[in-house]
Structure formats: structure tokens, C-alpha cells
Design a protein around this ligand. Structure first.
Ligand code: GBH
Length: 492
């Protein structure tokens, strides 16, 4: 009898534990952090106030306004330079653990150059913002560079000229000295691919250069070195006293094979190599992936270049790069289907070097941004890929969000998107043992969406662009996220 009961109990045990597990799956680990992100040019405005110098975005969008879909720019944007206190109130109400924002280099050092003098008003602005955040129990997570290169440095070649590394490192030093007592999480760069390949190879972002197959690689090379030197400086001079962590944000879509065929699987791998492994491999193993080096070098020689279009790291740079982070930031929005392309890309070009064609499944829901399709399972696959290929680094999702054309308060699509993507994060944590330490929604409020102007809205908060007051009103997604954060649990 007793034995029978015991037997019954043992038989039920798995059922009981699955139920518990199912429940546990909706819950985020205790130390998991929630935040929202913005960037300086997209929200601050006040482009020429209080001695701020010009960035390439100020300069080029004034010079070529027609490049932006609605001919707008970030001159005023959400006016956060003047309204930061209101922003922090919203953040407090939202209940986030941290706020990821970026510092405008030209507010701190108007002329950009090392030793060219700082702006006290600019310094004061971020002091105030940081203090306001801390007073509200919100941790500042600071992006040192979100694409707004000082115009003066661009006149000297910008990220194509390796002398920018010194200027960047000394700018970063100033930030650690000024704010490191209160800022414990730093991101050196936001998305190499966007300001490098789009900025210097494809002329799709400032400074609108089109050195295809060359510019993007050179820019990335210099930025990677700048990152690793900044990490070394932080570790050697600041980390022990300030006790902070330094990482960077790299973006990638998940590359899914278009069909089950071996060829499509290889194409998807190739896409991951060029869009992601390329940037992360040096930081983990010290150098670019061998396959990438071989392919670009081979193509370069066939094309008549005397050396590879992909620059080489020397021994000391490799030494500096290897392991140069405390955590990795991931910006992720969508998934692309991959197959080999028979399309003629320009030669040379990064697209040609990779050679993969991307498409979307016709059944996927597409956002107001045509590149952004809702494919939640892609995030889980990507997180597992990162765990396996990059030795399971501490991974902070630094951006994830959904675009709409309107800024209606009942934003169901955005609520669905965040819920679905967060549930894939939970599966990756609980079922796949991925080391995901936090999640950041892009973005706090509707703002200047680069070449799409104000037409694509990613915000949890609506901003009335017609009022000089830039009135902020939380959308439904704001309250959903608030609830998720408060319960540390997804709402079924
Ligand atoms: C982020 O980049 C940025 O960090 C942020 O500033 C921005 O506001 C946010 O995204 C929303 O866009 O398929 O050729 O049309 C996102 C990076 C931008 C990468 C779009 C893929 C597709 C271009 N993504 N891009 S294309």
C-alpha cells in the first residue's frame, strides 16, 4: 500500500515539475534588468545651444535636407535637452531599472579634437541627467558614441583616418573622469555596421560616403581598435575604483536559411559571418574570422587590389582586442531569409563580398519600417547561436522594438511584439541556458528615426511634434511594459 502510494507519487512527480516549470517560464530571473533606450541626436534637439559643436548629422542634414524622407532633422527633436526632467519622470513611472542614453561628443568637446577644450554647459547637462536618474533609482547606462561624429573630425577623414582613435579614447577618458563615479555601465559604440558600412560604403547614413567594399571595413577596423583601447584604459585606470562594466552594442538580424537545402543553410551561415561574427570575433578571439579574411583577400586580389580590402590587425592590437569587454550588447529587431544571390552587386562591395540575398516570408507581419518583420523565434535562435559561437558571454539586449506609422495610444501591435520577443527571451534563459542579463525596449518615446525622419515611430510614449511643448503621453505599450517590469513576469 505504502509502496503503491510512493509509486503513484513518483509517477506524478514529472507532471508536477512540468507545471512548476511552465510557471517559472513566465518569470524573469531576480537579477534580470529592464530598461529603455534612446540616443542623443534622436531626442535632444538644442543642436547649437550652450556651445555645442556640430556633429556630422547636424552638418549633413542641414546641407542635404532632401536625404531624409520628410526633410526633417534633429534640430529640436523631442527637446530632451530642455525636458530631461520630464523624461526621467516618465522613466520612473515606467519603473525601469536602467535608462540607456547616449552622450553627444560635441556637447562635451565642441571641436571634437583631443585637448581642444570642453564645454562646461554640456558637461553640466549630463551631470544633471545622471543625478536626476539616480535620485529616481534608475541606473544610467551610457552609450559613448551613437553615430554623431564631430564635424571637425570628419573633415579630417572621420572614421577612415586612424588618428580618430586617439580623439575617441581621450573623449572616453573625459567621460570616465566626469561621470564614472555614478555611471557603472558603459557602451563604447552603437552598431558599427550602421555608421561604418552605411556611412562610408553605401552613403545611406552620415557622412554619406560611398567607398563600397572599402570604407565600411576601414571604419570598423578603427572603431574596433578604439573600443579595445578604451576597454584597456577603463580596466587599468578606472575599473577598480569605479567598479563598473564596459561593453558595446552590435546589431544583427537572425539569418534563417530560406529552405532546408544545404546551400541555403550555407548562405545563412555566410550572412551571420558577415553581419555579426565579423564584429564579435575580434573582441572574443582577437582577430577577424579566418574565413572572412580569406574570402575578402581572395576577392581583392582577383579585383586587382595589391592587398586585401580588409585591414589587418598587428600583434599588439590582437592582444588588446582579445576579451575586451565585460558584456555584449545586442540590438535585435528582425529575421531575414537567406539564399545565395544571383543579383549583380557593385564590385567591389560588402554586399558582393558576402553574396547572400535576403528576403522576408510573405506571411510575416511587417512594421512601418519595411525591413522590420515580426519573427520572435528568430531572437531565440540567435541567442542560442551566440551562446554556442561566442562562449556564452553575458548578453544584454540593448535594443528591440516595433515601428508604427501613427502614434496612436492604443498600440496593440507594439504590445504584441514586445510580449512575443520577451517570451522567446524567457525560453532562451530557462530552456537553453543562455546568459541573457537584461532587456532594453527601443525606445522611450517617438523620436527622429534617421533617414525616415519622424514617420516611423518606435516609442512607448507619444510625442506631440506639433506642440512647442513636445507633449509626452504614454501609450498602452508603456503600461504593459510597466506591468511586466513590476511583476518581473510576462502577462499571459
Ligand atoms: C537601431 O538600428 C538604431 O540603433 C537606432 O538608433 C534606431 O532608431 C533603431 O534601430 C530603429 O531603427 O534592410 O537595407 O532597409 C537598427 C539597425 C536598421 C539594421 C535598418 C538593419 C535595415 C536596412 N537596423 N537596417 S535595409
Amino acid at each position: 500500500m505504502v509502496l503503491n502510494l510512493l509509486w503513484m507519487f513518483l509517477k506524478f512527480l514529472p507532471i508536477i515539475t512540468t507545471a512548476v516549470q511552465g510557471l517559472r517560464n513566465l518569470t524573469f530571473p531576480n537579477n534580470f534588468k529592464f530598461g529603455v533606450a534612446t540616443s542623443a541626436y534622436q531626442i535632444e534637439g538644442a543642436w547649437n545651444e550652450d556651445g555645442k559643436g556640430q556633429s556630422i548629422w547636424d552638418h549633413y542634414l542641414h546641407k542635404y535636407p532632401y536625404l531624409v524622407k520628410d526633410k526633417s532633422n534633429g534640430d529640436i527633436a523631442c527637446d530632451s535637452y530642455h525636458k530631461y526632467k520630464e523624461d526621467v519622470k516618465l522613466l520612473k513611472d515606467l519603473g525601469v531599472d536602467f535608462y540607456r542614453f547616449s552622450i553627444a561628443w560635441t556637447r562635451i568637446i565642441p571641436m571634437g579634437y583631443k585637448d581642444s577644450g570642453v564645454s562646461l554647459e554640456g558637461i553640466e547637462y549630463y551631470n544633471n541627467l545622471i543625478d536626476e536618474l539616480l535620485a529616481s533609482d534608475i541606473e544610467p547606462y551610457v552609450t559613448i558614441f551613437h553615430w554623431d561624429t564631430p564635424k571637425t573630425l570628419e573633415e579630417n577623414g572621420g572614421w577612415l583616418n586612424n588618428s580618430i582613435v586617439d580623439h575617441y579614447v581621450s573623449y572616453a577618458r573625459i567621460l570616465f573622469e566626469l561621470y564614472g563615479d555614478r555611471v557603472k555601465h558603459w557602451l563604447t559604440f552603437n552598431e558599427f555596421s550602421q555608421f561604418c558600412e552605411e556611412g562610408y560604403s553605401r552613403a545611406e547614413k552620415a557622412p554619406f560616403k560611398s567607398l563600397q567594399g572599402i570604407g565600411g571595413y576601414q571604419c570598423t577596423h578603427n572603431a574596433l581598435i578604439a573600443h579595445s583601447r578604451t576597454y584597456k584604459m577603463y580596466v587599468e585606470e578606472f575599473k577598480i575604483s569605479q567598479k563598473g562594466f564596459l561593453g558595446l552594442s552590435v546589431d544583427t538580424a537572425w539569418a534563417e536559411p530560406k529552405t532546408d537545402s544545404i546551400l541555403d543553410k550555407l548562405a545563412a551561415e555566410e550572412e551571420m559571418l558577415f553581419s555579426y561574427f565579423y564584429y564579435l570575433h575580434p573582441l572574443i578571439f582577437g582577430d577577424y574570422p579566418t574565413l572572412l579574411k580569406m574570402k575578402i583577400s581572395l576577392k581583392s586580389s582577383v579585383q586587382g587590389f595589391r592587398t586585401s580590402r580588409l585591414p589587418k590587425f598587428n600583434e599588439s592590437e590582437i592582444e588588446l582586442l582579445r576579451g575586451s569587454f565585460d558584456f555584449i550588447g545586442l540590438n535585435h529587431y528582425t529575421t531575414a531569409l537567406c539564399s545565395w544571390s544571383n543579383q549583380k552587386f557593385p564590385v567591389p562591395s560588402e554586399l558582393d563580398d558576402c553574396g547572400v540575398k535576403q528576403s522576408q516570408n510573405t506571411t510575416w507581419k511587417i512594421s512601418a519600417a519595411p525591413w522590420l518583420a515580426e519573427v520572435p523565434w528568430g531572437l531565440r535562435k540567435l541567442l542560442v547561436w551566440i551562446k554556442e559561437k561566442l562562449n556564452n558571454p553575458p548578453l544584454l539586449i540593448t535594443e528591440n522594438g516595433w515601428a508604427t506609422t501613427d502614434s496612436n495610444l492604443d498600440d496593440n501591435d507594439r504590445m504584441n511584439y514586445h510580449t512575443k520577443y520577451l517570451s522567446e527571451v524567457l525560453k532562451a534563459i530557462h530552456d537553453d541556458d543562455c546568459n541573457v542579463i537584461g532587456y532594453t525596449a527601443w525606445t522611450l518615446m517617438d523620436n527622429f528615426e534617421w533617414m525616415s525622419g519622424y514617420g516611423e515611430k518606435f516609442g512607448l510614449v507619444q510625442v506631440d511634434l506639433t506642440s512647442t511643448n513636445r507633449t509626452r503621453t504614454p501609450k498602452d505599450s508603456f503600461f504593459l511594459y510597466q506591468k511586466i517590469i513590476r511583476n518581473r513576469k510576462l502577462i499571459e
